[in-house]
Structures are given as C-alpha cells and as structure tokens.
Design a protein around this ligand. Structure first.
Ligand code: AMP
Length: 535
C-alpha cells in the first residue's frame, strides 16, 4: 500500500512551522491570516467611506472635522493592523492553515474556486485522468491543496518532499493542461507541452514512471532524458514524440543544443526539488532551459527548502502572485517511531561492526535495510566488502552505469535484493518504501541529511531503527545531533556528549539559511560532481 510520509521530527515540524511563519513575514509581500471576521471586514472596506463621494473627498474646511477624520483613519489603520489586514499596493495576500497542517498563502487564495478538495471527484477531472488514483482513498494534503490552483492556471510553489504525493500533485494538472491544449489545436507531438526538471537521474526516472503510468488511459506520453547513459535512445524517444519531457538539466541542455529537443511550445513547467537543483550547481542550465520555454507558461516549483537563490529564481520566472503551499505532514510523528541509536566508534572498527549489525538487523535477509555512506568510492568499497563476506547487496552510487543503478533500485524496491547501500545524493527524493532499518555507516555532512536519512524508516506508523556510526571526525555536528536525539526523546550516549553540545549555527534545519542575507559576491554554487550527478 503506498504511503504518504516524510522524514522529520516533531521538533523539526515545529521549527518548520515557526520558520514558515517567520518567512511569511519576511521577504515576501505582506501576508495575512484571513479569518471569517477578516473577510467581513474586507467586504466592508469595499464600501466607500462617508468622506468619499464619487471618488472625491468632501472638503468641509473644518479643522475639527479633518482632525476627526485623521483620528478615524488612524483608528481604522490600527484595527486593520491588529486584525491582520494590510493592503500592499493593491495586492492583498492571504494565508490559511488547514487541518492537515498545510499552510496556503498568496493572492485570492480564499476564493471559493480554490477550496481544498476533500475527494477526487470534487476535482471534476475526467475518469481517465483519475484512473491512477483509484487505489487512493482521497487526495493527499498537497494534492487537495494544489489541484484547485493548478487547474485554474496559477503559478505554484510547493514546499513538500517526496512521499507527500507531489508527483501526482503536479502531474495530473500537467496532463489536464495538455489535454485541454490538444482540444484547441492538435499537438505537434515532437515538441512537448510540459517540462519537468529534476536534479537527479533517479528522481527523473521515478517521475517518468509515475507520469507514464498515469498518462496511459488518456494517451499522454512522456519521455525521460538524463546523463550517464548514451544519448541515442533518448534522441529516438524524443523524435518519436511526446507531451511531457522529464529530465535532468545537464543532459536536457545538451539535447536542446543539439537541436533534438525544442521547448518553445512548453507552457507547463515543473521544477522539482528546486533547492537541490541549485545546490548541485545547475542554476545556469536551469535558467537557460527556462528561457527556451514559451513566454506564456504556468510554472510550478517544488522544493524541500526555500533558500534565497530559489526565491530569486521564482521571482524571475514566475507570475508575481504565485500561490505557496507548505506541507507540514502529519506523518512526521511517525519519526517518533524510529529508534535512534548512535554509536561512537573508530573508523577502522566500522566494517566489523556493520557486519555484526547486519547479522542482527538483517537476519532474515528479507527485510529492507538501507546503509548510508558519504562517497561513491565508499559505496563501492562497502558493497565489495559485504559481497566478499557473502551478503547479497546492491548499491546506488555514481561509480555505476545508470542501468546498474536503476536495476539496483528496482531490486531493492521489489524486495529481491533488500540490502542497499546509498549516498545522500543518490537517495535524495526517492520514494523507497518500507525500510525497516537505516544504518549510517558514515555520518552525513549535515544534520538535515541525518534527519532525511532516518526518515526513510518508521514511515506510516511502522517501527523503524536508525543505527548511526559517529566518529571523532564528525564532532562538529555532535551538538546538533544531540539536540535531534533529545527532541525525539532518544538516548544520548555519554561518549557522544563528550564531543560537546555546542551548536554552531542557529538556523532551521529544514529551511536552512532562509533569511540569511547572502552577499552578492559570495561564491556561487558551482557544479560539483556528486555520486548521482549527471554527466
Ligand atoms: P511522491 O511524493 O509523488 O513520490 O509519492 C509518494 C507515494 O505516495 C507514492 O508511492 C504514491 O503512489 C503515493 N500516493 C500518491 N498520491 C497518493 C494519495 N492520494 N493517497 C495515498 N498515496 C498516494
């Protein structure tokens, strides 16, 4: 049974909401929480005040009256401020928080046509389009809060992660957009109408799989392009026609430059994991690709965090009034079902300890166990070490050909090879179901990644274990790790405390340096080759 889940602790959730609220007050135009009372007030505001007749103020020449008027205005302004209504150059932005712990903000969001959906049928979409949802009882929070906006053509920012059902959140409206366009004029199928950009090959493939399946009943065709594999079959696929092109930025740019992929008809653009894409140094490619799409387009951005660079990209390429939906998943509580064990040990002791742990956690050799390492070389080394010792293990790292990586993931997913070694980048964004145990062979570079990793287990209320090796090389992160453990009510080992409880930076682990002013001459992200970076 598919799950909607995510991987952050309750404390993270609180911090996320806090940070979101702070964010809403910060660089964006004025945002307000609109209550019923506010709405009434707004309605009242439409009525011209007594002093205004036909748009002209009646000047009565009386100081007393003018003083009264000033006072009245001041009082009105104060009331408005108190009740949270502010007019920002004519653009009133509103915020609503739903029962699903979803925060929706933007202009006119409380219009009845944007009401969140409580069932699939409320969307009034065709049976063909909803066929892929027939096994789901209702739209996930991101779907129910995004479809009304996306189906009405609004630009959209979604702060949600894989596991929230976000692929169909943008996928179904994208297909609806395509089908509507087709009615008006026959699609020249060699030029796509929709583009989905993804930071990694695996995520691109995953999106492609979901969209291909979902598009079958209505005949919407997708093609997937990414680096690390030969261009020939991708070029043939592009030539044979499609409605949606899903791809990683580097390969897509190559194909555009070769003249085999034209984006001028693309009027529905999705940037998935936008933050990750920029982190990986793909900003020039993303900008270049976006500039090749139709100028009349609907833009959807999904991101797990909302750093300045992503905000700038959104401001440049999106409508000035996009809707923003932040999903704080209820499933975050599932993380309290993860038992976090941290073991301080020496580098050279890790192999033996890993084998001992596998004998304990992977005794049946059937349950899914995910071992995280940091670098691709490490992935290959640990994989060979375990294979030599008789373990059936697969890995996803950049050392492998794309086909081998896709195969490894499929074997892990279908349970035929349930022991997988992965790096953070390769695993990021992947919907990996039912992992019973996560073993952190190497501690990640950030606590955020740690939270991500452990969120792979303990999903949908199931119990999970996250067993972590912590070495003295990782001591800079001991304070943050201790906080994560404490917040989740986990045991903090004494030898971890010895590394210190100091926490360097005070910023949201989820949103990162949201509001940090970044100097214009700060070094820009450059393209670094991670394990799952494309060629
Ligand atoms: P995603 O975030 O798109 O990677 O989706 C995560 C998982 O949720 C996938 O296995 C989807 O099949 C599943 N899913 C998508 N929409 C729903 C829904 N409305 N109800 C239950 N599961 C869903």
């Amino acid at each position: 049974m598919p799950t909607i889940s995510d991987g952050i602790t309750k404390a993270e959730k609180k911090s996320k909401n806090r940070d979101h609220k702070r964010k809403l007050e910060d660089p964006e135009p004025e945002l307000v929480v609109e209550s019923k009372k506010d709405k009434k007030k707004k309605k009242e505001k439409v009525e011209p005040p007594q002093e205004i007749v036909n748009g002209n103020e009646i000047l009565n020449g009386s100081d007393e009256l003018s003083e009264k008027k000033k006072k009245k205005k001041k009082k009105q302004k104060k009331e408005e401020e108190e009740e949270g209504i502010k007019n920002n150059g004519g653009e009133v932005e509103e915020v609503r928080e739903t029962e699903d712990n979803v925060v929706v903000s933007g202009k006119d969001i409380n219009d009845s046509k944007y009401k969140a959906l409580s069932s699939f049928s409320e969307s009034k979409l065709s049976e063909e389009l909803l066929e892929c949802c027939k096994n789901f009882s209702k739209p996930s929070p991101i779907q129910s809060n995004s479809w009304p906006f996306l189906l009405h053509g609004r630009d959209f920012i979604g702060i949600a992660k894989t596991g929230s059902g976000k692929t169909l959140a943008f996928g179904i409206p994208a297909m609806n957009h395509i089908l509507n366009k087709r009615k008006n004029k026959p699609t020249k199928k060699v030029t796509p109408l929709c583009l989905v950009l993804s930071p990694t090959r695996e995520l691109a493939q995953q999106i492609f799989d979901v969209l291909s399946e979902a598009g079958k009943p209505s005949g919407v065709r997708s093609v997937c392009v990414y680096g690390g594999t030969s261009k020939g079959p991708q070029i043939s696929a592009l030539k044979s026609g499609m409605d949606i092109v899903v791809g990683t930025p580097g390969r897509l740019k190559d194909l555009i430059e070769m003249g085999v992929c034209q984006l001028q008809e693309v009027s529905f653009v999705v940037l998935d994991e936008a933050d990750r894409m920029l982190d990986m140094g793909f900003e020039p490619e993303v900008r270049s690709i976006l500039s090749k799409t139709s100028s009349v387009r609907q833009v959807v951005m999904f991101s797990a965090t909302w750093p300045l660079a992503v905000n700038q990209l959104a401001q440049e390429f999106m409508d000035p009034n996009p809707v923003k939906v932040v999903v704080g998943s209820e499933d975050l509580a599932a993380n309290h079902d993860v038992m976090q064990i941290v073991e301080v040990l020496e580098d050279r002791a890790r192999d033996e300890r890993l084998v001992t742990l596998l004998e304990k956690y992977h005794k049946s050799r059937r349950n899914r166990v995910l071992v995280f390492v940091l670098y691709k070389k490490e992935a290959s080394r640990v994989e060979s070490m375990l294979q030599r010792r008789g373990w059936k293990v697969v890995s996803i790292s950049g050392d492998k050909q794309q086909r081998a990586r896709t195969e490894a993931l499929a074997l892990f997913k279908d349970g035929s090879s349930p022991l997988l070694i992965a790096t953070d980048v390769a695993a990021r964004g992947l919907d990996i179901p039912d992992v019973e145990v996560v073993i952190n062979y190497s501690f990640p570079l950030t606590t955020e990644d740690y939270v991500h990793r452990i969120g792979r287990t303990g999903r949908a209320g199931k119990k999970g274990v996250a067993h972590t090796f912590f070495m003295k090389e990782n001591k800079a992160l001991s304070g943050e790790l201790i906080n994560v453990l404490r917040e989740a009510g986990q045991n903090v080992p004494a030898n971890l405390l010895n590394f210190g409880t100091h926490v360097k930076k005070k910023e949201s682990k989820l949103y990162g340096a949201h509001f940090k002013e970044i100097s214009a001459d700060a070094p820009k992200a450059t393209k670094i080759t991670f394990d799952s970076d494309e060629d």
